[in-house]
Every structure is written in C-alpha cells, then in structure tokens.
Design a binder for this molecule. Structure first.
Ligand code: NAX
Ligand code: K
Length: 486
C-alpha cells in the first residue's frame, strides 16, 4: 500500500485498461483472491484512520465495490472492530466474488442493518466503484449525503461513489467534499479521475494498492510525474547563459499582471527580463523591481528571446500577436493573448503553423479560455479535462497547460499527458496565473524542452503554495513570484 503524494511518479489508467488488468490478474489467481486482498487493504487503512472506532459504518452497493466492503467488514470484525453494514442491492444478483464476501461477513458475525448507525467514527463508502453508470439517487444519494455531512471521516473504496474514474466528474447534486477527512484507497491501477476536476476534492488523500498484481501491465492514458529534476547552475556561467524573457502585456490599468510575470521570470532564473508594456503612458521603471527592464512593447525585438505574452494584455495585445507569433524564439501565451487568438482565425492559423514548425510554444488556458479556443463550453472542457488538453495540443501543435484543480499538461501525441498534483485553493487569487506564465518563460529561456519547462513550472508553482505556512499571511501573487526557485 502506497500513499500518493506530489512526489509520486506513476502511470494512470482509464477504466477500460483497469478492467483488462483486473481480468488478467483474476484469471491468473485463485478465485476470490483479488477481493480478499482488496478487503484486507481497506480494513488495514480503516484501522489506521480510526484505531479507536467503536462503530464503523460500511455502506455496500450492488456490485463488486460492495463486495470489497463486505470483505473489509469481515476483516474488521476478525480484528475486534464493530462494523455495521448497510447493503443497497439485491443479494440474488450480486456478482460471485461479492456474494462470497457477503457470506464471509455473515460468518464473521458482522452486524447488518437497514439504515445507517446513529453514531459511528468512520464511514466506508463501498457503494459504487468503476462500475458506476448513472448518478446515485434515492437511498444511495441519501446515504452519500449523510456520510459526507456527518463530520466523521470517510474512506472511499476504489473511487468515491459516483465519481467518473476517467474524468474526475461527479454527477450534479452529489457533493462529496464536506467530510472532515476524506481518504480513498484505489486498487490495481491509479485512475486519472482521482486527480483532476472534482476528483481531488472528492478523493482526498489517495492510497494505492496493486493487490500484488504489478506484473499485469496495460496502456496508460496519463501520468503523475513527481518532483521535476533540478537544473543546477554551473559556476562558469553568466546572464547570457540563462536567456532573455520579454513579457508582453500590461495594457492600461493592468501593468501589475505583466510585472508579476516579469518578477516570476526573474526569480525563476532568466538571465535578463524585459517587460514590454502595452500602455504607452506606463512608468519607465518599477522601483520595487529595478532589475526588470521596462520597455514599450512595440519596440522589443523578440528574435532570440522567450516571449511571455498576454498577461494583462487587454485588447491591445491583438495587434502585436502576429509579430510575437512569428518572431519569438520561444513563447508562452496566456490570458488575453489566448482570448484574442480564440476570436481570430488568422491568428489561429499562425499559431498552428508556429506549433507545427516546432518552435517551442506553451499555452496556459484556464477552462474558460480553453473553451473559447475549442469553440465549446466550460462544462464541455471540465467534463473531460484530459481530452480537452489533448485536443488543444493536437490542434495547434503546442504544449498545453490546462489550469484548474489537477492541472493537465499535454503535448505531442506520443507524449503521455501529465496531471500535476501540487497546488491548493490558496492559488485561487488574482495574479497567480501571471506568475505561472513567467515561471514557464524562465524555464523556456533556459532552453528546457517546452513540455518539461511547463511541467516543472506548474509543479513548482503549486509546491510553493503547498509549503506556505498555514499560520502565515495569505500567499499573494507577488510573494509567489518572489519565492520562485531558480
Ligand atoms: N472482481 C474483483 O475481484 C475485484 C473487484 N474490485 C472492485 O470492484 C469494483 C468494480 O465492480 P463492478 O464492476 O461490479 O462495479 P461497481 O461495484 O462499481 O458497481 C456496479 C453495479 O452498480 C450498479 N450501478 C451503477 N451505477 C449505479 C447507481 N448510480 N445507482 C445504483 N446502482 C448503480 C450497476 O448496475 C452494477 O450492478 C471496483 O471498483 C473495485 O472496488 C476490486 O476489488 C478488484 C478486484
Ligand atoms: K466507492
């Protein structure tokens, strides 16, 4: 059993691949072995979460996820705990493994009840796993709501019930984010839905148990990538060794966004950072950050530079985009640059030809910007974030950073997309996206490959937030930029 953290590197498998792994493993092992192992793993984790529990509510559903719950209840009873099982299904239609585990729970003396216990110290959600096909309703929805509103910890078996393990989406009206502590133990494969969209909130802390079946492989759909490699600076280096970044943005009233991106690029280790402001009346220097070389955006020669374009760009950025797209040696496109491209077919064609020519290019849309670029709704993007990121990457031939809970980084078709595991809700504040764009710009200026530059910056950006002390003042975008590691 392994706890999954932002340092974990592993492949992610969709439901179809997980089914294939399960069938191959089940065929190679004696009957019922997988469910016995899964139930034992659940029981062990339950005992670790609630070692003094008097009552553990085990809510079991109609399929093999429920079977894992019966098996866990049997194992817990053997160890002196008092599980109370509520079963929502038809015993005569249980799959064979689950039927055998139900009998084992009965033989162990587990209590069965029609309604959840009035008091309990831990709830085990074994209602639905990867076989969830429709939104929970009726009694199942009531039990889920009760479980998550009770204030007691919830341990989800395989996946939080109702969560789409491929996409991380929860059905409308199912809120699984209120329980005091949420833990999920997942089996045989790590599923992408646990790590993006609503999955992270619903699953909480994720544990993985391969049930002794690591030999059974299949085709992954994505990966979590762990901490990126450090790029130590050599002693015999100078500012020219680390490249130039030119931030293009800061239209009237929005200079701050460009300065934040510039600050992040500077602290991220770029050799020199120019900030090309779109507001002609902007101040000629930022006295708080005199290292930033402020220029009129229209005068900057971008050949040989990494451009970070769009932060606070307003509508003014549109007129510069043809030149930025054609001349920047490497490019990060953010915010208003993406909005401008979304409404301009000629710019889209230019981005596509730039991407296909192999010039390093990273785009950093949040879901609404991604929706505008794809010509769909935010709901469509969030319904399958991996697919949306892959689609954008394929259309324009660029590296895509689709921001949001479980940021997705997608690139060329032959590169497995990454779901990033760092970051938390403290990043949901103005300017943090500008900082991320600047950080990616610094990594590109240091000639790191575009996918790796994006992955590294996204990881570090979230890691700064994750390690920000809980009792410190709120993390602002300015502080985030200044803490960017070189
Ligand atoms: N077969 C085995 O030996 C193993 C099974 N495993 C467990 O089995 C799970 C998959 O089992 P299943 O394929 O039986 O799928 P599930 O147990 O996830 O659920 C499928 C059943 O739920 C019903 N259902 C789907 N959505 C529903 C809804 N909204 N309301 C009410 N009923 C609904 C389906 O009609 C079907 O009867 C995994 O997630 C995992 O927990 C793992 O323990 C690995 C080993
Ligand atoms: K479950």
């Amino acid at each position: 059993m392994q706890r999954i953290t932002s340092a974990t590197a592993a492949e992610l498998f969709d439901i179809a691949a997980t089914r294939r792994i399960e069938h191959a493993a089940a065929a190679a092992l004696p009957a019922h072995t997988l469910m016995r192992r899964a139930g034992l793993a659940v029981a062990r984790l339950a005992m670790a979460i609630a070692p003094h529990a008097r009552t553990i509510w085990v809510a079991c559903g109609p399929g093999n996820n429920g079977g894992d719950g019966f098996e866990a209840a049997a194992q817990l009873r053997h160890r002196g705990f008092f599980p109370a099982v509520t079963f929502l299904g038809d015993e005569s239609r249980l799959p064979p493994d689950a039927k055998a585990s139900l009998q084992r729970a009965r033989d162990a003396g587990v209590t069965f009840a029609l309604t959840p216990p009035s008091a309990y110290e831990l709830a085990i959600d074994a209602l639905l796993g990867i076989g969830s096909t429709r939104p929970p309703e009726g009694t199942m929805a009531e039990w889920l709501a009760k479980m998550h509103a009770s204030g007691q910890p919830v341990l989800c078996v395989d996946v939080p019930s109702g969560l789409n393990a491929d996409t991380g989406t929860l059905p409308r009206g199912i809120d699984q984010t209120q329980a005091s502590a949420r833990t999920c133990i997942t089996f045989l494969s790590l599923k992408p839905g646990l790590f993006t969209a609503q999955g992270r909130d619903a699953a909480g802390t994720v544990w993985f148990d391969d049930l002794g079946c690591s030999a059974f492989k299949d085709q992954p759909v994505a990966r979590i990538a762990g901490e990126p490699d450090a790029h130590p600076r050599t002693h015999a280096s100078h500012k020219g060794s680390y490249g130039d970044v030119a931030v293009i943005g800061g239209a009237s009233g929005m200079a701050g966004a460009a300065l934040l991106a510039g600050s992040a690029a500077l602290h991220g280790g770029a050799g020199r950072v120019f900030v090309g402001l779109l507001d002609p009346s902007a101040a000629p220097v930022d006295t708080a950050q005199p290292e930033l070389m402020l220029r009129d955006a229209r005068t900057l020669d971008l050949s040989g530079m990494t451009a970070v374009c769009g932060c606070g760009g307003g509508e003014a950025v549109q007129e510069l985009l043809p030149r930025v797209l054609s001349t920047a040696a490497a490019l990060v496109l953010d915010a208003d640059a993406l909005n401008a491209i979304a409404t301009d077919g000629a710019l889209q064609a230019q981005l596509t030809s730039r991407g296909k020519s192999g010039s390093p290019t990273v785009i950093t849309p949040h879901p609404l910007e991604a929706a505008r670029l794809l010509g769909c709704t935010v709901g469509d993007v969030q319904a399958d974030r991996l697919a949306a990121a892959r689609q954008l990457a394929a259309r324009f031939g660029v590296v895509v950073v689709l921001k949001g809970s479980g940021t997705v980084i997608a690139g060329a078709a032959e590169t497995l997309p990454v779901i990033n595991l760092t970051g938390n809700a403290s990043l949901a504040t103005a300017g943090t996206g500008d900082v991320l764009a600047g950080m990616i710009g610094a990594a590109l200026a240091m000639r790191q490959p575009a996918f790796e530059a994006a992955r590294k910056a996204v990881w570090q950006h979230g890691h700064i937030a994750d390690t920000w002390p809980a009792d410190a003042a709120p993390l602002t975008a300015g502080t985030l930029a200044r803490r960017t590691p070189a």
